[in-house]
Design a protein around this ligand. Structure first.
Ligand code: FES
Length: 106
């Protein structure tokens, strides 16, 4: 898996997340208490931009229909609020910090 420098630590303050375009893939990078996490950035229900949603501890809430995903595992922990809707689990990616650089293993 290639390692890619995607951001500087200062680009994502604790409690915040940003969207990234990495090798043609939309991803999100979140800072939880100084630790970085990376996950698919597009909601598996209907394409919501997860980095525009809410970061609630280790949970990302989709801005469109309220699905929630665990940042550590990508697991969908709350379904969309629409009847019968589902949001399959997302992929998460290893993150390392090299100096000031945030590096993803994708
Ligand atoms: S697009 Fe994310 S919950 Fe519907």
């Amino acid at each position: 898996m290639p390692k890619v420098k995607v951001a500087k630590m200062a680009d994502v303050q604790p409690g915040k997340m940003i969207g990234l375009d990495v090798m043609g893939k939309r991803m999100l990078l979140a800072n939880v208490g100084g630790k970085m996490f990376a996950m698919d950035g597009v909601c598996s229900h209907a394409g919501g931009h997860l980095w525009e949603g809410q970061l609630l501890g280790m949970t990302v809430k989709c801005p469109r229909h309220g699905s929630e995903f665990d940042l550590a595992t990508g697991k969908n922990t709350k379904k969309p609020f629409l009847p019968f809707a589902k949001a399959p689990d997302l992929r998460v990616y290893p993150v390392s910090v090299e100096g000031d650089d945030v590096v993803l293993d994708i």
